[in-house]
Write a protein that binds this ligand. Structure first.
Ligand code: TXA
Ligand code: MG
Length: 339
């Protein structure tokens, strides 16, 4: 694919929105860093984000929304979350909240979690694109996995040329480090990632000290301990693969299964083998063996099989290449008994 660079004008914004609505990928400026944007409600588009980044695992993504009303449709805000949203949005603050019943952000973007990261960016172009696309926009930083976040359109091209449809050139980003991430869950506000909004400003609104994530990290998933933000080219502060509270089905999982019994579910990839035809329920990640399609279907299919109340889900082997590595990582986690 040829990556086009779009000017920061009405035509550029309209083209970005059109690409997003069509399931494509756009390098989008925000006030923190450039994001690699896709329609957060479209699991195939979200799977393309992971493929483009070369992410070794399906880290949950931040959903960017245009206003508080849109945020309230996606997540449930307790009084502390509301106070922080009202004080700092639009701005470099991401809030992790429980998902609302009306959530439209797909499960893949949430990595199957029952919580969701939300942000209203303080950037004219980002807001115009999100409004024009009329959907929540999933956007991790627009770097290849394991590299530093891009703060100029040229950096995005260095990282992702040929892997995204377009980059909207909004010039250098103002903040240059990623947003501060706060979880607002049952145990109160906690700092998951230091970032563009300083802790002190948050504590002033809360009227109390802001604890870091729990020392075990179990309740919140992601994040390394609050590493200092080191400057405009700070690397991503959250390591992928550290999520502890990952999605795990109630059913047990049997991986790399050649077949399935009549009392089992079967999660196929490619043609269903003869030895699996008697399975109680069969769903196929991708009949044609397409890994992008499989990634998009992964969490939804697991959840649907699990809802049938079967004790065991046999899972066909998935090749460990490209997105297959992330699919297998999530399958292994789902196969593990919950801690
Ligand atoms: O400034 C930013 O936040 C940029 C711009 C583009 O908005 N985005 C960004 O996204 O830094 P990303 O994907 O590079 O980092 C977001 C982090 C991930 O490492 C992920 O672990 C964490 O947010 N995260 C997302 N959803 C979460 C959840 N439900 N619980 C805990 N952590 C979550
Ligand atoms: Mg990042």
């Amino acid at each position: 694919m040829k990556t086009s660079t779009l000017a920061p004008d009405a035509a550029g914004v309209a083209r970005c929105a059109e690409i997003l609505r069509g399931g494509g990928l756009v390098g989008l400026p925000t006030e923190t860093v450039y994001g690699l944007a896709a329609d957060a409600t479209n699991a195939v588009a979200v799977a393309r984000i992971y493929a483009a980044k070369g992410r070794p695992a399906f880290n949950p993504l931040i959903a960017h929304v245009p206003d508080l009303a849109a945020a309230l449709r996606q997540g449930r805000f307790d009084p502390a979350a509301l106070a922080l949203a009202e004080a700092f949005w639009p701005g470099p603050l991401t809030l992790v909240v429980p998902v609302a019943d009306t959530v439209s952000v797909c499960e893949l973007a949430r990595a199957g979690l029952s919580t969701l990261a939300l942000r209203i960016p303080a950037h004219r172009l980002a807001l115009e694109v999100i409004r024009a696309a009329a959907c929540p926009v999933a956007a991790p930083s627009a770097n290849r996995s394991g590299r530093i976040s891009p703060t100029e359109a040229g950096h995005v091209l260095d990282e992702l040329a040929g892997r995204v449809d377009a980059v909207l050139d909004g010039g250098p980003t103002g903040i240059g480090v990623e947003s501060t991430i706060i979880s607002c869950l049952a145990d109160g506000p906690r700092l998951l990632r230091p970032g563009g909004l300083p802790r002190g400003a948050i504590e002033a609104v809360l009227g109390r000290a802001l604890p870091d994530r729990t020392s075990t990290g179990q309740a919140h998933g992601a994040a390394c301990p609050s590493a200092p933000v080191s400057g405009p080219l700070s690397p991503a502060l959250l390591a992928p693969g550290l999520l502890a509270s990952h999605y795990a089905p109630a059913a047990a999982l049997r991986l790399a299964a050649a077949g399935a019994g009549a009392d089992e579910g079967f999660l196929a990839f490619g043609p269903v083998p003869e030895a699996a035809r008697r399975a109680a329920h069969i769903l196929n990640l991708s009949p044609s063996g397409d890994l992008t399609e499989a990634a998009a279907n992964l969490f939804g299919h697991l959840r649907a099989l699990d809802a049938r109340g079967i004790g065991m889900i046999a899972v066909a082997p998935v090749p460990d290449e490209g997105l297959g590595e992330a699919i297998n990582d999530r399958l292994r986690r789902a196969a593990h008994p919950r801690r």
